[in-house]
Design a protein around this ligand. Sequence first.
Ligand code: CUA
Length: 174
Amino acid sequence: MNWRKLRIFLLTVLALALIPATRYYQIDAPLLGYLKGARAVDPLSLHLAGEFVENNLGTEQGADGSVTVRMIAQQYLFVPHCILVPAGVPVHLRITSADAVHSLAFNGTDYNVKVLPGTISEAQLQFANPGEFKTVCREFCGAGHYAMRSELKVVPRDQFPVLRAGERGNCAAQ
Ligand code: CUA
C-alpha cells in the first residue's frame, strides 16, 4: 500500500467515524437496548400474551401509589386512545410498537419517546399541572402518520381514581 492509498483509506475511515459521532443523539436508549437484546418483546403476539395484552394497557397504580402507563403504538394509532394520569406524580411509561418505528410525543411538552417494534421503550414522565395534551407521532411511519393522534389527560391528584390491583385507569372513567 502506498502513501496516497493509505491517506485516502484513513480519511474514509475518519469520515465514516464522524457520521455516528455527530449523530449520537439519535442513537437512543431503545435502540441500544434492542442491540443488546434486552427488553425484547414479540411484536406479532402483543395482543395475545404478555405485558401488552389489551386489559393490561393504560394507567396502573402500584400499592405505593406509583403510576405506570403501558401503551402500544401501531399504524396509525396509540392504544389506549386516551391516557389518564394524575398531576405532580412521576409516571413510568412502558411502550412498544406493533409494526413500524414511531415516536410518542405530547404537544406542549419536551417528551418524545422513540418506539421500536421488538423492544420496550421506557421513560419517566411528570406533568406538573392538570391539562389536556395532544399525543402525536413524530416519526414518519407511513401513509397515516399525520393522522396518528391521540390524547393525554392530566387530572388533579385528588381527582384521579384510586385503582385497585388489576384495574386500569382510562379517560372514560372521567
Ligand atoms: Cu406513527 Cu408516525
